[in-house]
Unconditional design. Structure first.
Length: 408
């Protein structure tokens, strides 16, 4: 038993002496994201028009309000005339009754029991009509054009005239609903409130030669706005009675700011040239007593240098030579790859991580077919770290390929 344990420890120790460790180097570098909708290269300037569609909704609400006021006033006037006529009729009838009573009293007439004839009671008049109180509509707040044009900028283009025309149509807020949720018990009971709403924007982009390239209504999904918690639902009702106008104005202000920012993001994701930061891992090998990995270190340094150049040009042309150099260095190292011997200098684990580096370079060289083929090799190699890396970058590579194919 003792000899078995010693043998096992020897095997583990021997195996670990050949266990090269990977350096997971987190690398960040900038790049220019290409648009998914291509604008003619002849255009370099854009102008923006802001349409206040919510103002039309305000006018419609005021028109309906005026119609309701007129209809209610008309009904009130009719009810007032009917009331006056009924009251007059009752008063006349009462006066006739009084006249009859007075004549009988003066003639000394008595009731069957010998009592004087009682004076008639006055009539019970109906309630007079109440003048209608029609609640004024809640109107959408006015928004300056500058609040839109300063928040929405088309990256990669300058402000100008007669080229790219962007139209931002501010639509009215709708489907506003306050929802209540009761939590806790006893003294810890709380009533939580959120306000649901929909606040869409229409975004249109066109050029003189291409016509309309984009015309979308954005943000038609429900959004929520957190309201003040209360210890009683009646406290909430008091709060809304006292602060309703302030609440709805603040809701609309924040919601408008949010959708305008989101519109800027959407516009640039679709047609802008955005400067973005790519964060990924480029792998190297830690020093190991049995092997020299200085060539891996040099290839890693060359790769980082090349990747830091890709953001200088939309097509990465300024980084082309350095990317080629780095790729050649990795390919030279991979000639020594031996995935069947885990004691080899470039074993299966190191081979997989080098191929992750190669795939990243190929992607920035716009060799997307080769990059995907390299990822397939990594995922089929069985090295878990490599498989996870390949899985994590596929969507970015696919998105980059789609955008590249649109523009080149």
């Amino acid at each position: 038993m003792k000899s078995f344990v010693l043998a096992t420890l020897f095997i583990i120790g021997t195996g670990s002496s050949f266990g090269q460790n990977i350096n997971d180097n987190k690398v960040s570098f900038s790049f220019i994201q290409l648009p998914s909708v291509k604008i003619d290269e002849d255009y370099s300037q854009y102008s923006m028009t802001v349409l206040h569609s919510y103002a039309e909704a305000n006018e419609d609400s005021l028109s309906v309000f005026e119609f309701r006021k007129q209809a209610a006033l008309q009904q009130f006037e009719i009810a007032a005339v009917n009331y006056i006529q009924l009251r007059d009729s009752l008063e006349r009838m009462h006066l006739r009754n009084l006249a009859t009573w007075e004549k009988q009293r003066n003639a000394g007439a008595l009731t069957a029991t010998g009592q004087p004839i009682p004076k008639p009671n006055p009539p019970v008049f109906p309630q007079p009509p109440i003048y209608p109180n029609i609640k004024a509509p809640r109107l959408h707040s006015e928004i300056d054009d500058a609040a839109v044009t300063t928040a929405i900028k088309l990256q990669g283009y300058e402000v100008g005239e007669n080229e790219i025309v962007i139209t931002v149509t501010l639509l009215p807020m709708r489907d506003i609903r306050i929802k209540e949720t009761k939590t806790g018990n006893g003294a810890s009971t709380k009533y939580k409130y959120v306000c649901e709403y929909v606040l869409p924007i229409m975004l249109t982009l066109e050029t003189p030669s291409q016509g309309i390239l984009m015309q979308n209504i954005l943000f038609e999904n429900k959004k929520t706005y957190k309201m003040k918690d209360q210890k009683s639902k009646y406290d909430h009702q008091i709060y809304m009675r006292e602060h309703a106008n302030t609440f709805y104005n603040e809701l609309e202000r924040q919601a408008r700011q949010e959708v305008i920012r989101a519109t800027n993001t959407y516009l640039n994701e679709e047609v802008g040239f955005i400067k973005k930061t790519r964060k990924t891992e480029i792998y190297s090998v830690k020093k190991f007593k049995n092997y020299d990995y200085s060539d891996v270190t040099r290839a890693y340094s060359a790769t980082v240098l090349a990747l830091n150049l890709v953001g200088n040009d939309r097509d990465h042309s300024g980084a082309e030579d350095k990317l080629d150099e780095a790729l050649a260095m990795w390919n030279e190292i991979m000639l020594e790859s031996n995935t069947y011997d885990n004691k080899a200098r470039i074993n299966d684990k190191i081979s997989a991580m080098i191929q992750c580096n190669i795939a990243e370079i190929q992607m920035w060289q716009s060799k997307f077919g080769e990059a995907n083929a390299t990822l397939d090799i990594i995922q089929n190699a069985g090295v878990l770290k490599g498989k996870n890396h390949a899985k994590s970058v596929r969507s970015f590579y696919a998105n980059s390929e789609t955008r590249w194919n649109v523009n080149y």
